[in-house]
Design a protein around this ligand. Sequence first.
Ligand code: CMP
Ligand code: MG
Length: 419
Amino acid sequence: MHDPYAHITLPAGTILFEEGEPGAYAYLITSGRIEIFLRRDGREIPLAVRGAGEIFGEMAILDSDPRSASARALEDCLLVPVSEAQIRHRLSETDPILRLCLGVVMARYRETASLLKEKGVVARRDAPPAGPSPSAQADFDAAISAVVLERELRRALDRREFELFFQPIVRLGGEQLAGFEALIRWRHPERGLVPPAAFIPVAEESGLIVDVTDWVVAEVGRVMPEIMLAGLQNVAAVDGSLFVSVNVSGHDLARASFPGMICEMLRTTGIAPGSLKLEITESTLMRDPGSAADALTLCRASGMGIAIDDFGTGYSSLSYLSTLPITTLKVDRAFVRAMLSEPRDRKIVQTILRLADEIGIPVVAEGIEEREEAVALAAMGCAYGQGYLFGRPVPLPETLALIRSWNGMEPVAHRLPAA
Ligand code: CMP
Ligand code: MG
């Protein structure tokens, strides 16, 4: 119908569509005004006027029902059509609760229009509810579980049900202990230990992630002195002084108070900023590059390390490597796992190592499970490794015991308790 690449011009007085027609486009109004109206008993009932900066014709696209009203140009208009596919794609990416809200608002408009159509008819109190469509039911179920999980997360924060586990990161070759990644676990009163994948996405969607990160930062501040002390009790097996890295989300970087909050923690605990690393995924960086860059620059200026997590798996450009103060790359476990059997993955790992070397930053290989992987990575010049071969994530007491008993060359995975 329309050239989807073009603006369309609609001269004053032109009808764009009539009530009851199927709709394939919504319209963004660049200039001019559009009148929305109903035709009843030979008369026109005006509903609204829409102008520049607004959208109309969205209802038929959102709920696939016919046009709820007619639309006419009140003056010469310039419109940009938005296709059904463009809107549907965005809708499918939306939070199910928002989709339910949209659905109910549209249904309300449509009900009002049909009441007008059948004059004198009012909504009957005893009328049975129409009932949700299958897709609305799915949204409803998703909404319920998100809302319940969200409430439980809030309660978990209040009741201190979270716990930090620590996974060792070692210097490859000598297998000296270099540091730990702090990983959150949720000790749910009924469901037991909940892995982060089951609750971090909901925490991010609901904005609760910010409170979760605050808790993680405070907890790291509380336990880091103990970790450092344990390191000092076994200097021979430790690579310099131990670091701890924490995972940070885009929501954290987006709040202006974040760098100050971490600096305050470091100041009050007396922990050297260089002992703390922030891990950020590529997709986090891409979501809001501006605020991420500001926050990371401040954190780096205070001395913290900045690691890119899951490097090579996000849909990102490499440009951030030149603009952001990155100090470490963590190669995703997918490459490490495939490296020994797939020459192509081995080449990718080699290329990442060369790239990191060129820009002068070390690499941590994630997900090392086999001795051969550690040996191959060390031979390729990879400085650090993390994975079950060296240890699973374990609670603080086991972590402290692990540091004190670490003896370098021999990976002690077989001695570690399973998480
Ligand atoms: P759609 O149903 O696709 O086509 C008619 C459009 O008119 C509809 O989308 C909305 O954009 C708009 N519309 C319908 N009812 C109203 C109303 N009561 N007030 C304002 N705009 C409306
Ligand atoms: Mg991580």
